[in-house]
Design a protein around this ligand. Structure first.
Ligand code: AMP
Ligand code: ZN
Length: 136
């Protein structure tokens, strides 16, 4: 993909601080970290979002995320970690090349990864269960 910043980072055209790299993925430090060690897991091949990500890469992505999470915990001594993945502008996506955020969390770090809980009504529950069909 021409003009995709994460394609350029993944293929080394733009320098980055990489924690991990293999044939399929690069894990880099985010330039605008929410907390110390905020990292991005980026596939080397272009997929705009989770919907476009090939199944084999989706499977591998969670494994690389798991290993990276443990390395961040062991290396930085964080107290927790958020895995965040945005799809679409409405969800806060700003770079349209699939990526996962790994955000180490520290007690009272003030990093805002949260939402205000609503309430699931019976009506809404029934509607959602009748409309959403998941299959592998
Ligand atoms: P999102 O809002 O989920 O699309 O996240 C995009 C993330 O990419 C943000 O957290 C940015 O700080 C980060 N980012 C953008 N450009 C770069 C870059 N050149 N190197 C590292 N991180 C970047
Ligand atoms: Zn790309």
């Amino acid at each position: 993909m021409d003009n995709c910043i994460f394609c350029k980072i993944a293929n080394g055209e733009i320098p980055s601080a990489a924690l991990y790299e293999d044939d399929d993925f690069k894990v880099i430090l985010d330039l605008g970290p929410a907390a110390k060690g905020h990292s991005l897991l980026i596939p080397k091949s272009h997929a705009a979002n989770l919907y476009e990500l090939p199944d084999d890469l989706a499977q591998k992505a969670i494994l690389v995320a798991k290993k990276t999470a443990a390395a961040l915990r062991d290396g930085l001594g964080c107290d927790g970690l958020n895995l965040v993945q945005n799809n679409g502008e409405a969800a806060g996506q700003t770079v349209f090349h699939f990526h996962m955020h790994l955000i180490p969390r520290y007690k009272n770090d003030g990093a805002g990864v949260s939402w205000k809980p609503g309430k699931l009504t019976d009506e809404e529950k029934e509607e959602i269960l009748s409309r959403v069909k998941v299959s592998l």
